[in-house]
Design a protein around this ligand. Sequence first.
Ligand code: SF4
Length: 236
Amino acid sequence: MAKELHSTCARCAKRVCHPSIRANEVPPVDKAPHFCPMRLFPELIDKAVTEYDKTEVKEFARLASVQEFECYEQTEEGLRTKFPRIEELIQFADKCGYHRLGIAFCIGLRNEAAMLTDILENRGFEVISVCCKSGATAKERIGIKPEQKIGGPENWESMCNPIVQAEVLNAEAVDLAIMLGLCIGHDTLFIKYCRVPITALAVKDRVTGHNPLAALYLSQSPYYERLSAKRKKSDV
Ligand code: SF4
């Protein structure tokens, strides 16, 4: 039986979606691999692209691409990058005309949240922030057992509360919500409930200084080669 095809860009060597051709040429989409989404979902792609016809969406997408462009410079040595993400965040918020920024942060990154607040305020933004423990809701509320509490069964432990974080930033009517170090899953809930535009400054990675790609880059080295080993999901 023929194997069902699914979009698999991560394994593509052709990348005809991003060809090195002149501006007046046409990308050779017919040369795309069989698992290419452009071959599997042509109507879906045509329809999705029409979303950019909406004035607001088009302008937002345009500003994001201008921001992307401005992060590079051509030098005698070739293309160089210019800004860390935190500067990009400031520049993009400025471009979008945002004034009121909301930080949804993990309590473990409270120092970083304070530093970020200083930086953003020094650039003229109004900054609202809300910690993951807001609500002071016991972990038992969501069915966590005493032995599943990080600080031990006998102690109070407030649950991370991304829905509260999202609703506070919704109520504060911030122009842009910035996720700072939310945990896996908690970030998913935050995104689900937050009704203002969201971006991430950092994601939680407790062992790499919140740089999850560090482990990915080391997955071919002895330090994290366990990541590359084949195992059943249940063995992880
Ligand atoms: S869109 Fe098509 S050509 Fe582009 S990376 Fe994915 S599979 Fe390759």
